[in-house]
Write a new protein. Structure first.
Length: 179
């Protein structure tokens, strides 16, 4: 990701310092930053409350943390198909670890105030391959048999043939914490 950012900002006449760090132990003094953007990343952090305390610590009082994440409803149709064909309840682990449903309270424990704004959206699937590629990249794939995945793929292909598309719910949003 740092390489992508480096390439994207290369033409901007401003010095940037890019670094990889642990959100649970941010190596900056208290009240250093006017904003912290945690863009779809807090659900990867082992100890989210600790990371949020660190983010709050490095923010100037009155400044904001912008944390984007998913809700448990994100791609619910896909999770229902996985449950039906594979027998695994596979809601996104991201939303369980730090999602819109629990992130508000987590941030409320660290910040003076928290606002939430949802971004309801949808995705229309018209080709089985990208969807099946995504399914095969999911962690639940290790527990699914090839026969279960083939049955799921056959169902998806039949649905696309009969209906032309499959709609998937997207549900993400942003939590804004004021230090």
């Amino acid at each position: 990701m740092l390489g992508d950012v480096r390439r994207n900002v290369a033409s901007i006449a401003h010095p940037f310092t890019l670094m990889q760090l642990d959100a649970q132990a941010i190596p900056f003094a208290d009240h250093t930053f006017d904003a912290v953007i945690a863009n779809h990343m807090l659900y990867h952090v082992p100890d989210v409350p600790r990371a949020l305390r660190e983010i709050r610590r490095v923010l100037v009082p009155g400044c904001k943390c912008y944390a984007t994440t998913f809700s448990r409803a994100d791609m619910r149709e896909l999770h229902e198909l996985i449950r039906r064909f594979v027998g695994i309840d596979a809601p996104g682990r991201a939303a369980i670890h730090f999602g819109l449903e629990n992130g508000y309270d987590m941030m409320g424990d660290c910040f003076a105030s928290v606002d939430i704004s949802r971004y309801p959206d949808s995705m229309v699937i018209t080709d089985a391959k990208p969807l099946m590629d995504y399914v095969n990249s999911m962690s639940m794939r290790r527990r699914a048999t090839d026969e279960q995945i083939a049955a799921l793929q056959s169902f998806v292909e039949a649905e696309l043939s009969a209906r032309g598309s499959i709609k998937m719910t997207k549900d993400a949003g942003i939590l804004i914490g004021v230090a």
